[in-house]
Design a protein around this ligand. Structure first.
Ligand SMILES: C[S@@+](CC[C@H](N)C(=O)[O-])C[C@H]1O[C@@H](n2cnc3c(N)ncnc32)[C@H](O)[C@@H]1O
Length: 241
């Protein structure tokens, strides 16, 4: 497996299996119409689902390897990819709906990064278009020294086993640090392990809504995605251009 394939595999293993939010994105896309812009699209969990439902989708992400995997999976579907930073992008097309699923809005390095996304999204929306951003419910802190960790995400492929184990969640005043160990076991039983760290900004719906309104959006309500056995729930903030 190449380094690029492995990068895509970990992304799919850790993000790609989540589906509790898909009915909400489908409902918003059906109500708002096309085209749809998916910010932080990754390998296309949301973009490809909406394209399969017949929507015209633009998938934007910083990561060229994830976008290449998305394109390979899109085949004949109506998905365009754009490699860009969600904090500073300008597109010629105007969109009916802009989505930031799965806490991408909390990966931007705080308020300045969020303001960049909000300004860019406002510029990308048609007048009256909708921006929808998902925020993770607060994660309960733990570390493996004190609490039994949750089960790992595991995949077996061609005799190799890939397991991504959350080992610590550390909330602090500004956000939450999530630590994982990614383990690979070869068919002969050889193990490798490497750490991965994700930092989520602390952010609540009222704060994001106020930031959006200050930049020219109108508040358009909230939606909620229920927690599942494997994932925390989320609050989705709606802002209208
Ligand atoms: C948690 S994943 C979500 C992937 C996908 N939206 C999903 O719901 O499965 C976050 C994604 O945001 C992307 N991302 C993080 N920071 C970004 C930025 N500043 N601009 C564009 N994409 C970004 C990452 O590359 C990753 O694909």
């Amino acid at each position: 497996m190449t380094v690029a394939d492995l990068h895509v595999l970990w992304h799919d293993l850790e993000c790609g299996r989540y589906s509790a939010d898909l009915p909400l994105w489908r409902e918003l896309a059906a109500g708002e119409g096309d085209p749809v812009l998916d910010l932080g699209a990754g390998t296309g969990r949301v973009s490809l689902d909406l394209a399969r439902a017949g929507h015209g989708v633009t998938a934007l992400d910083l990561d060229p390897l994830l976008l290449a995997a998305l394109r390979a999976r899109a085949t004949a579907l109506a998905v365009e990819t754009v490699e860009a930073d969600a904090r500073a992008f300008a597109l010629e097309r105007r969109f009916a709906l802009v989505l930031a699923p799965m806490q991408t809005i909390q990966l931007l390095g705080g308020a300045p990064g969020r303001a960049g996304l909000l300004r860019s999204a406002l510029g990308a929306l048609r007048p009256g278009g909708l921006l929808a951003c998902a925020l993770a419910d607060a994660l309960e802190g733990f570390d493996a020294a004190h609490t039994e960790p949750p089960l790992p995400d595991v995949l077996e492929q061609d005799g190799w086993v890939y397991a991504s184990q959350p080992v610590a969640v550390r909330p602090d005043d500004e956000g939450t640090t999530i630590e994982r160990i990614r383990q690979t076991v070869s068919p002969a039983g050889a193990r490798t392990a490497e750490g991965d760290v994700v930092r989520l900004d602390k952010l609540d719906g009222d704060t994001l809504e106020a930031e959006g309104v200050a930049l020219g959006f109108r508040a358009a309500g909230r939606r909620f995605v229920e927690m599942t056995d494997e994932h925390v729930g989320s609050e989705v903030v709606l802002l209208r251009a």
